[in-house]
Design a protein around this ligand. Structure first.
Ligand SMILES: NC(=O)c1ccc[n+]([C@@H]2O[C@H](COP(=O)([O-])OP(=O)(O)OC[C@H]3O[C@@H](n4cnc5c(N)ncnc54)[C@H](O)[C@@H]3O)[C@@H](O)[C@H]2O)c1
Length: 414
């Protein structure tokens, strides 16, 4: 029997939109990319050219794009504050939806999306990509197998990494929580989603403390300029944009400084002179926290904590699971899962062996698209639901409220 091929429209042809559609383009027996909308003409045109789209299906204005339905599936990969608006318009037109996380930074908007999904009876999948990454799935399988008994406590750390933090949360799109989302939602909604999934229960209470400790005027060295290209410390400062985006470090985010997302040093140099990415990390208009600790208790009694820090040399999560009969550790960066049932030898799994064949977020990005296809054809489940995704967002909203109240414990209203 022939495969059903789903036509795909994307709104927001930036870094994430291109990630999913790159994979879809490699599966012409399953997906056909047909339409794009991006308010940045360069992004829209680059996308259209890359995938050979018909000009009539290239849009620069969302109102024109939403005048009618152009495909079976809509990918919403615009910025945080636009996801619900775009997804709800898409649902009303009859699209199934793949939307980027976070859903929103507003609980009411999350409910609005859930209501729209129920009303229009279409599929909505949120890009909690780590649920599809083989290493994280393996941990779930191990926990469910009972190899460490019942989980008592989960201890986790999100190591953002110093230059990732500087790029995204000091200079970049998520630096101002009023225009995007608080850190616990923007970055840590993945962690909260994983913790809730592993705990297998709804979160009952949550508390959180954290602040913006370092990336502010008080820490700007004397004599430093507000733009790195003009600064006398540009060749020595740890956070110098000239060094990080230049040939010495070539951090992976360089393409975000280039208009069509294709790396080009000339454009990067221009961006350092003219955009937010060239600003001193101590002179930006950022307010996202650089350290935060969150504590949770689940309805089934499991306790958990999540520590987020900008100040790590390497990135990746470390999650430790303490059970009544053993311990499991997942270290994303060191690429291992260790399983230590009490009184028995430790077993180690190299997570590199699990991820073969996939890409993005430990293989999660490509596997999410595969799972989505299964869900669309009604064979197999996407592994999570909109309601489950909303659950972790409610945890994040309550954690942020707690942080703003100096760590006061919040009861989660489901
Ligand atoms: N799932 C994950 O792990 C993950 C990782 C990184 C980012 N994200 C999320 O993905 C989303 C996109 O992030 P990105 O890094 O791709 O950003 P990006 O800036 O590279 O892409 C966003 C695109 O949307 C376009 N856009 C903005 N407003 C628009 C509008 N009203 N109509 C049409 N186009 C519009 C922009 O021009 C841009 O091309 C964000 O919400 C982010 O939080 C998710």
């Amino acid at each position: 029997m022939e495969n059903k091929i789903f036509t795909v429209a994307v709104i927001g042809a930036g870094a994430r939109g291109l990630t999913y559609t790159k994979y879809m383009a490699e599966k012409p027996d399953k997906f056909k990319l047909v339409a794009v909308c991006d308010c940045d003409r360069i992004h829209a045109d680059h996308y259209a050219e890359t995938y050979g789209l018909d000009k009539s299906l290239v849009f620069y204005d969302e109102d024109e794009f939403f005048e009618k339905k152009h495909a079976d599936l809509l990918i919403v990969s615009t910025q945080d504050q636009d996801h619900v608006r775009h997804a709800v318009k898409g649902l009303a037109l009859g699209y199934d939806i793949l939307t980027e996380k976070p859903i929103s930074d507003d609980p009411e908007e999350c409910r609005k999306l859930l209501e729209a999904q129920k009303k229009y009876k279409k599929k909505v999948l949120v890009c909690h990509v780590l649920r599809y990454a083989p290493a994280f799935r393996k941990v779930k399988e191990l926990l469910d197998s009972g190899v460490i008994g019942d989980i008592v406590m989960i201890d986790s750390i999100e190591q953002v990494r110093y230059y990732h933090h500087a790029h995204s949360y000091v200079r970049g799109n998520w630096r101002d929580t009023k225009k995007s989302s608080p850190m616990i939602i923007a970055k840590c909604c993945h962690d909260l989603d994983l913790i809730q999934w592993y705990a297998g229960s709804k979160c009952d209470t949550i508390s959180s403390i954290g602040d913006l400790r370092f990336f502010n005027r008080a820490h700007q060295p004397e004599g430093a300029a507000d733009r790195c290209v003009d600064c006398k410390f540009k060749d020595t400062c740890t956070y110098s944009a000239v060094r990080l985006y230049g040939p010495e470090f070539k951090i992976p985010f360089r393409r975000h400084l280039c208009k069509d997302l294709t790396v080009n040093q000339e454009e990067i140099d221009e961006a350092l002179r003219t955009t937010q990415y060239g600003v001193c990390v101590f002179a930006s208009d950022n307010n996202a926290v650089d350290n935060q600790i969150t504590m949770m208790r689940f309805e089934n009694g499991i306790t958990a904590n999540l520590r987020m820090t900008a100040f790590t040399a390497g990135g990746g999560r470390i999650m430790k699971f303490y059970g009544t009969h053993g311990e499991i550790v997942l270290d994303e960066k060191e690429r291992f899962i260790s399983i230590s049932p009490f009184g028995e030898p430790e077993e180690r799994i190299n997570t590199k062996d699990l991820t073969e064949g996939g890409y993005g977020h430990g293989g999660g990005d490509s596997r999410l698209v595969e799972a989505l296809y299964g869900e669309l054809i009604g064979e197999g489940s996407a592994g999570t639901t909109l309601a489950a995704s909303i659950e972790s967002h409610l945890m994040g909203f309550a954690a942020e409220q707690s942080r703003l109240e100096g760590g006061a414990v919040q009861k989660i209203v489901h």
